[in-house]
Design a protein around this ligand. Sequence first.
Ligand SMILES: NC(=O)c1ccc[n+]([C@@H]2O[C@H](COP(=O)([O-])OP(=O)(O)OC[C@H]3O[C@@H](n4cnc5c(N)ncnc54)[C@H](O)[C@@H]3O)[C@@H](O)[C@H]2O)c1
Length: 347
Amino acid sequence: MPKDPSASATPGLHPPANPHAVRAIRPFIPGRCRVAIIGAGIMGPGIAQVFAEAGYSVDLCDIDEAVLARAMAAFHDGLALKVELGLISSAARQDASRRVQAQALSDGVLAQADLIIEAVTEKADVKRELFARILRQAPPTAVVWSNTSTLDVFALAPGDLLERMVVAHWFAPPHILPLVEVVAPSGAQRHTLEACVACLRDLGKSPVVLQRFVPGFLINRLLRALGREAFYLLDEGVVSIGDLDVAVRTSLAPRMQMLGLMQRYDFTGLGLSLRNLENPQMVDAPVDLSPRILRERVERGELGIATGRGFYDYGVRDRLALQRERDKKLWAAVAALGDAVGDPKPI
Ligand SMILES: NC(=O)c1ccc[n+]([C@@H]2O[C@H](COP(=O)([O-])OP(=O)(O)OC[C@H]3O[C@@H](n4cnc5c(N)ncnc54)[C@H](O)[C@@H]3O)[C@@H](O)[C@H]2O)c1
C-alpha cells in the first residue's frame, strides 16, 4: 500500500507546559456542554444545526434581532430538508429544534458557555471587542473557536485567551460540508487544538490541521488562485461563463472529489506535471485584483443570489429557494464521498 503522506503530519505545537491549564479545559460533552454561537448570519445557523443534532444545547446570538428571526428560519429549514431527504427522523428534528435558543448576545449567555463559537462580521475591530468581552464575562474554562476566514485573530485576542482559543474555519453551508480547517496560535499548547479536532470528528466533520496561521488558510487560497485564472480567461474572451462551469463540473470537480488535488498528480504522472509547469508557453495569468468581469457586475449591483443576478440570472427565485436547491445537490455530493469523508488514505 502507498505510504500515507498525512502520517508524518503532526501539529507543530508544543506539548503542554502547564498541566493545570490542561485540566482546566473541559472535554465537550453533548447534553452537558453549552455552546454559544456568536453571530447568526450566513454561518451561525448551520453551525448551530450541527451541534444541536449532536445533542448540545446551543445559544445562537446576534446583536441584530432581525437577523435572529432569519437565522432560526434557516436553521429550521436545514433540519426540514434533512427529514425530506430521509437523512434524519422527524423525532430527531424535533429534538434538535428544542436545543437551540436564539437570543440577543448578553453577558449571561457568555457566563454559561463552555464553548464559544465566534462567527461575527469579518472586521478586526468587531472581533477584537468581542474577544475582550469573552475574556471578561465567560468562565475561565470556556474555549473559543473563531470562524474567521482571513483575519489573524490571534493578534486580536487578549493574550490570556490564547491558550484556550483556536481558529476552526467552517465552510458554507456548514451543516453540510465536512471540512473544518483548524489552526492554533503559534507556540500554544496542544490540548485546545486536540479537543477541537476530537469534537469536530464526533460531530461528523473532517477537521484538517494547519501548522500555522496563513491568511485564507488552505481552501480560500486555492480558490483565489483558481479564480484569478478563471477571471483572466473570461476577461480575455477565451471561454463563456457557462462553458467554464460545465468544464469544471465535468472534469475538475469529480476528479478532485475522489482524489483530492495531490493524488490527482500521481495519476497524471509527476513527470508530465513538471513538464507542464516548465512549459514556457504556459504563462500564468497576470495578477489582476480587479478583473473586469467581476468589477463590472459589482458596480451594477449584481452580487449573486442575494440580488437575483450575478454571473447568472436567477429570475424571481428567492435566495432561500436557491440555497435549498444547492443544498440538495451538496447532500448528494457529500453522500457520494462515502467512507472517503475525512480519510486521508489514497485509493
Ligand atoms: N460566509 C461564508 O461563506 C463564510 C465561510 C467561512 C467562514 N466565514 C466567516 O465566519 C464569520 C461570519 O461570517 P458570515 O458570513 O456568517 O457573516 P454575516 O455577516 O452573514 O454574519 C455576521 C453576523 O454577526 C453579527 N454581529 C456583528 N457583531 C456582533 C457582535 N459583537 N455580537 C454578536 N453578533 C454580532 C452581525 O449582526 C451579523 O448578523 C466571518 O468571520 C466570516 O469570515 C464565512
